[in-house]
Design a protein around this ligand. Structure first.
Ligand code: GLA
Length: 348
């Protein structure tokens, strides 16, 4: 179940854990909590790995655009890496022009997590632990994080995140899998069909920082309420798409924050028949259409990844929430436990 995947430059061992349940096969690295491979059958029972990734830990360290990784402390961008909380200003690590992206230069995607396997009834899984000390990447408070990956007897991949702090802070945890339901390295996702249960999205400035507006999707390329081919409107010339080089936006889920995970999005690949249904308690979903993949990376199957060869569906609180009081709060205080859950269900 556990094998040595590789070593970091300083000699630290990186393990790979293999799990199988309910027809789904999952491979997870202790480095970044990375989903290195996730295999599910197509309509004829043929398995394929539907996640982009690498074969060698060196490639993840050198040049991964967050393939399959856990993201923290804060998923997506914080403008100029700055925010104020309880009257105190904080300067975060900046790694995306002037902005802080996905937790800064050494986010949770670059940490080696402590991993503990478990079995619970007919489900199997991994607990992943990491501590982020006070001031790490500029964030206040020591954050204790526990992430649980469960592979259920239905073959669902469920993620439960938990975090506590000893000082007021902000937190927004997610996972950055790049999906291609036809199999990684098989080409564009433009023919995948996507449904998102959201009537609004958060438009951005040219640096992909939300303006604060929650704009209606109706009558725009951002309307996925009926489900549509991703390629249908991806070249519609909307200013927002020009900023992002495609889709790279946060959809404001109609259900809002919920106590239990609710179904918010469905992805379907007509050629293989594979489907992915996403349920979450989170109020937002970042749909990123793989715009920055530019043919410079070669993945697990030996194929180069080009623009639009995969997409991400990151359940989250809205980008830059610490600077937008009108967005759902991402503040976590001592004594509270941050809890969030996302479920990925596969089918044909
Ligand atoms: C997120 C961001 C994108 C991009 C990718 C990684 O989806 O919103 O802009 O940074 O991560 O390349």
């Amino acid at each position: 179940m556990k094998t040595l995947f590789g070593r970091l430059a300083d000699g630290t061992e990186v393990d790979r854990w293999s799990l199988e349940n309910g027809g789904t096969r999952l491979k997870v690295l202790s480095y970044g909590g990375i989903v290195q491979s996730l295999e599910v059958p197509d309509r004829d029972g043929r398995y394929a790995n539907v996640c982009l990734g690498f074969d060698r830990v060196e490639d993840y360290v050198a040049s991964s655009p967050y393939f399959g990784a856990l993201i923290g402390r804060y998923g997506n961008r914080i403008a100029e890496g700055r925010f104020t909380l309880d009257g105190k200003s904080y300067q975060l690590s900046v790694n995306d022009g002037v902005n802080s992206l996905h937790g800064g230069t050494q986010g949770f995607d670059k940490r080696v997590w402590d991993v503990e396997p478990f079995t619970k009834g007919s489900d199997v899984g991994l607990h992943l632990y990491c501590t982020s000390v006070d001031g790490e990447m500029g964030y206040p408070g020591t954050l204790e994080v526990k992430v649980t990956y469960t592979l259920t007897h239905h073959g669902d991949w469920r993620i439960d995140y938990e975090a506590t702090t000893d000082q007021a802070t902000v937190v927004n945890l997610t996972n950055h899998v790049y999906w291609n339901l036809g199999g990684e390295g098989t080409g564009t996702i433009e023919d995948h069909e996507l449904h998102i249960a959201a009537s609004r999205y958060t438009p951005t400035d040219s640096g992909l920082i939300p303006t604060g507006e929650q704009a209606k999707v109706a009558g725009t390329p951002f309307d996925f309420r009926e489900g549509k081919r991703i390629g249908r409107d991806i070249r519609a010339g909307h200013e927002q798409q020009v900023f992002a080089k495609g889709y790279d936006h946060n959809w404001v889920l109609d259900k809002g924050v919920t106590a239990e995970p609710e179904h918010v999005a469905t992805l379907r690949d007509p050629s293989s028949g594979r489907t992915l249904r996403i349920s979450t308690v989170e109020p937002g979903l970042q749909f990123y259409s793989g715009n920055f993949l530019d043919g410079s990376l070669t993945g697990t199957g030996g194929h180069t990844y080009r623009q639009g060869d995969a997409l991400c569906l990151e359940t989250q609180h809205f980008p830059d929430s610490p600077n937008h009081p009108s967005f759902p709060s991402t503040v976590l205080r001592p004594g509270q436990t941050h809890r969030t859950t996302t479920i990925h269900s596969f089918g044909v």
